[in-house]
Every structure is written in C-alpha cells, then in structure tokens.
Design a binder for this molecule. Structure first.
Ligand code: MN
Length: 311
C-alpha cells in the first residue's frame, strides 16, 4: 500500500512538472529593444575611483592607513596633481559600451505572461532576420529622438538624437517586423519610431509647436481620451485613462496602415493601432512605469494575448 502511494505521488509530481514546462513553452517570447550606451569613460580598467566614485573616498577611510574623517580632503584640482596618461586606443579592442533597457519593460512583459528577451543594437541583416523569425512579439521601448531626416524634416533645436546604433538597428528591425505581421507594441518613442518606420511623420517639439496647457514631458500624469471602437478601449475597459507621460515629440501624420485611437485634450495623438491585418498597438505614454497594475497588464497583456492568438 505504501509503495503504491509513493508511486502515485511520483506520478502526480511527474505530471505536474510536465504541465509546468508545457505552460512555459506556450508563453510567447517577447523581444524588447534596448539602447546603446557608450560607457568608455567608466570602463573599470580606466576608472580613477577617487575622482569618479564619491563613495570610493569613503571606502578608503576604513583602511587603517586612510586619512581621518576630519583630515582635509586631497585637492584633486591642483595643477600639480599627476595626470593619468591615456594609452592610445587599440583598433582591435572591442567596444566599451553597454546595452541598456529599463527593467520596468522586462517586468511588464513577465507579469503579463510573456518571456522577455532583450535585443541588443546589432544591425546586421542575419541577426534581424533571426529575431523576426524566432520571436513571437516585440516591444519598442522609449528613448531619445529619431533623426528628423528620416521623416523629411530639419532638426529642431530641442531634438535630442538617439544613439546611431539604436537607429541603425531599429530602422531595419521595425519594417521587417511589420512585414511579418507579428504583434508589436510601441511605447513612447517606440510609438514614434513605428510611425516613422511605416511612413508617418512627427511633431518635433510639443511645447513650442502645440498650443497646450498639458505637461507631456518630464514624467507626469495626464488624462487621455480613447476611441470607444478601439481594441485599446476594450482592453483598458473604458474610454478614459490617466497616463504617465514623458515625451516632447508626438505623431503628426499617421502612417498608412494605422489609425489614431487616443488623444489628449489638446489634440496630441496618444495612441494608434494597426489596421492593415497585422497586430500593432502604440501608446505615447509609459504603461510599464505606472503603479496601476490593471493598466499595465491591459496594455502589455494585449500584446501577449495577440501573440498567443497567432501561435
Ligand atoms: Mn502625453
């Protein structure tokens, strides 16, 4: 009897383990773009900790031979301070840079039932083709501005360009992804990037180009009005939302194959959806940065669900 019980338990455990792995396999694989950050000055082998890291001096104080806390701090600006020689850069050395993405994007994908995977800014055709083939869904993250030449405008003085590496990668990835028809979610700059990649244009600077009392930039909340006939309204469960906003640019002419599904009261375009067969949702705000869990899950969950429906 005991033996039977053990066997029975073992069977249950095996079945449960099987189910869990099966479940994980069904979770869509969601690519999250990133930005390229040149961090040459912070490479550990070059770093002068006493100059760059304010805590380094404090750490030194714990050493027995360290100067006492009340001792005068060394004057690092003195002209006779020995200068560090920078050795000439070896042309064969790898790039000293990093791939960066806010973890809130990763978190939002995970909590909505996706498997997040961060994509570095590599613009070779083979990598892009494999990403498009292998991934189920794609999130285009926020960031600095698109070079205005990409949509036929001259640069406004407030336009702060994204790193060239990011532009080179995503200006190839997004059109290839849109061709595949697989689900895409554009967030903030990500919405603008999808729009430009699909043939739309942008307003380069809301504060100087749009008459408005709404503060869109700097990370503050403002209300948006959602089109009742949109997928977004269905997901969010209404036509109004209070959203976390951090942008100074916005969509001007909507790209063919997309329609506007949300505005702020000043007329600024706040969200768009794909209408030409493929699944696409773009929001000008940052759902992943909001403490409203339902809203986060409504937007990111829409992407995950669309991926599941396509599988
Ligand atoms: Mn806004």
């Amino acid at each position: 009897m005991k033996k039977l019980l053990v066997l029975y338990l073992a069977l249950i455990m095996a079945l449960t383990a099987g189910c869990t792995s099966q479940k994980a396999d069904n979770k869509p694989l969601i690519g999250i773009t990133s930005t390229y950050s040149s961090s040459a000055r912070q490479a550990p082998d070059r770093q002068d900790f006493t100059r760059r890291d304010p805590n380094a001096l404090r750490r030194n104080l714990t050493r027995p031979d360290a100067p006492r806390r009340d001792a005068p701090r060394p004057d690092l600006t003195r002209p006779d301070t020995p200068r560090r020689e920078t050795p000439p850069r070896d042309p064969n050395s790898p790039p000293r840079a990093s791939t960066r993405v806010g973890f809130s994007y990763v978190h939002a994908v995970l909590e909505s039932g996706g498997i997040p995977i961060v994509l570095p800014t590599v613009s070779d055709e083979q990598s892009i083709r494999r990403y498009v083939d292998a991934l189920d869904g794609l999130v285009i993250i926020g960031g600095n501005d698109i070079p205005p030449e990409a949509y036929g405008q001259e640069k406004h003085e407030t336009t702060r360009l994204m790193p060239q590496q990011r532009y080179d990668f995503e200006s190839k990835l997004i059109p290839a992804w849109l061709d595949s028809g697989k689900p895409i979610l554009g967030v903030c700059l990500g919405m603008q990037f999808v729009n430009v990649a699909a043939g739309g244009t942008l307003i380069q600077d809301i504060p100087s180009m749009v008459q408005t009392d709404i503060k869109h930039s700097g990370g503050s909340y403002h209300p948006v009005r959602i089109d009742p006939d949109s997928h977004l309204a269905l997901r969010v469960g209404g036509i109004g939302a209070e959203v976390y906003s951090s942008h100074h640019q916005a969509v001007k002419d909507v790209a063919p194959g997309f329609k506007v599904v949300a505005h702020s009261a000043d007329g600024v375009i706040e969200a768009m959806e794909r209408t030409d067969g493929g699944w696409g949702l773009c929001v000008q705000w940052h759902p992943e940065a909001m403490s409203n869990v339902e809203h986060r899950k409504a937007v990111y969950g829409a992407l995950i669900e669309a991926c599941k429906n396509q599988k």
